[in-house]
Design a protein around this ligand. Structure first.
Ligand SMILES: [Zn+2]
Length: 482
């Protein structure tokens, strides 16, 4: 296919000659662009075969080591994922001791994982060179259909607002009794707050009510999802954790899996997954080849719904302690997509840079991680209690085909908030643009989709406006702490 499209002379006039081709212009041009970075079929086959025992195998090793390493905790043996989950425990002693046990556990596996990371990154560097990309970042951006200028604008705005997030962390630290900033193990400490219970019927009424002030089409779809059993709500044995949404393009519907427990957070999760379903709904009349949505925009409608839901909950909460907990919950997530994602971006950038001429042993990788965390978290975190092994436990660094699996999170979170800011400003007239934008995500670049709603993603001011919403929340949180 790639070779075939590449050989077509004057592709544009061929596309223009037929409506069917015109409809798939973006799809066809992507094939043409990919051809620029594709070698002969024989060479591509060799690369693919070698990846099986190269990056794929190294990635499996990281997965194997992190999922099987025994973690000693209070006289018992547990797993890394279990011990990491204790970061959400309401008991401060559990959070701290779990963090200490976690850090100790890496000693047994750090060398294997360091070899894995070095090998994957070397393979990516070499493959990118062979394919003609400027760098692994260049490849990641091209795969995401996103311009470098957009990433630069996003990062610039994030850097400007980092100190605001440090303020949030210091306030949370004080609240928890820490004088020197937040220790890493208390980043996810839950605050005492709202304990409202919802049935799935309550959740339906709540969401239908809430979205009826936004858009009737989305409200109707939400009601259908509940009434026509699109949702598998409850946890049961053998069912995976978390939540997700799958589109069924053939019947123009979606299916949702959640582990509903009845808390407000579970209603927000439903709103998130229903956002994905609504995104699918907006794409429903696209041809099957025009349904693929690039990573940075995939979380737009879902995050938008989360923001709608949480902001309504915050606005309705009059009790200051419960209100503070709700705001903090939202800031805790935002802090992850700003400070943590920024630290991950810095780390991966440094690893790619160094790997050209250096093999990095585990200690060196820890050093690079600590440096990245200090830059990203500033004085928000207690420098005595950082997390030098974040490179070892995050599987995102261990994919040969997907580098920089970090900035899309920051993009997604801030893009959705920027759209929400625009909705607050423009009101009803924004809604049809929003739906056209969602539909366009299947047939254009991220910049092209944003343009539908009159947004220039290369303009740093757009990102500043998104961040300012969070900065205002931080101000309110800090004042509620005093
Ligand atoms: Zn999602």
């Amino acid at each position: 296919m790639v070779q075939y499209v590449d050989k077509i002379e004057d592709l544009q006039s061929v596309i223009d000659s037929r409506d069917l081709l015109k409809e798939h212009e973006f799809y066809i041009k992507n094939i043409k662009e990919r051809a620029t970075y594709t070698l002969s079929p024989e060479v591509e086959q060799v690369i693919s075969l070698y990846e099986i025992s190269g990056s794929n195998a190294w990635s499996d090793l990281q997965g194997f080591l992190t999922s099987t390493v025994p973690v000693e905790y209070k006289g018992e043996t547990t797993t890394l994922s279990d011990i990491r989950n204790k970061a959400y425990d309401p008991d401060p002693e559990v959070r701290r001791s779990a963090y200490e046990a976690e850090l100790k556990a890496y000693d047994r596996i750090k060398d294997g994982i360091a070899f894995s990371l070095n090998s994957i990154k070397m393979e990516v560097i070499n493959r990118c060179k062979l394919h003609g990309y400027d760098s692994p970042l260049d490849e990641a951006l091209k795969n995401a259909h996103m311009k470098r200028e957009t990433l630069d604008a996003l990062l610039q705005a994030m850097e400007e607002y980092l100190p605001k997030f440090w303020e949030y962390m210091r306030a949370k630290a004080k609240l928890l009794g820490h004088e020197n900033g937040l220790p890493f193990y208390d980043l996810f400490a839950p605050l005492e707050g709202n304990s409202d219970e919802f049935t799935t019927e309550d959740a339906k009424n709540y969401l239908v009510n809430l979205f009826s002030t936004f858009d009737q089409e989305e409200t109707d779809m939400i009601a259908r999802a509940f009434d026509e059993s699109w949702i598998d709500f409850y946890p049961h044995e053998g069912k995976v954790g978390g939540a997700f949404c799958a589109g069924l393009a053939g019947v123009k519907e979606s299916r949702i899996l959640t582990n509903f427990g009845g808390a407000l957070g579970d209603v927000v999760t439903l709103a998130h997954e229903l956002g994905h379903a609504f995104h699918n709904h907006c794409l429903r009349d696209n041809s099957i080849l025009n349904l693929d949505v690039s990573m940075p925009v995939a979380e737009t409608a879902s995050t938008f719904n989360e923001v709608v839901c949480l902001n309504a909950a915050i606005a309705a909460e009059k009790d200051p302690v419960a209100r503070r907990a709700l705001i903090e919950g939202q800031l805790m997530d935002a802090n992850q997509i700003i400070c943590d994602i920024y630290s991950r971006y810095l780390f991966e950038t440094a690893v790619f840079e160094n790997r050209e001429n250096e093999f990095m042993f585990a200690d060196r990788l820890c050093e690079i991680m600590l440096e990245a965390q200090k830059k990203a978290y500033g004085d928000g975190l207690d420098p005595e209690y950082l997390h030098p092994y974040m490179w070892a436990c995050k599987s995102h660094y261990y994919s040969g085909g997907l580098s920089f699996y970090n900035f899309p999170y920051a993009f997604g979170g801030l893009f959705a908030r920027g759209l929400y800011a625009k909705y607050l400003q423009d009101g009803e007239s924004f809604v049809p643009l929003y739906k056209r934008l969602l539909k366009a995500t299947g047939t254009t670049t991220v910049e092209g989709a944003a343009e539908v709603a009159g947004i220039d993603l290369t303009d740093v001011n757009f990102w500043r406006a998104s961040l300012q919403i969070l900065a205002d929340e931080i101000d309110e949180f800090v004042s509620l702490c005093n």
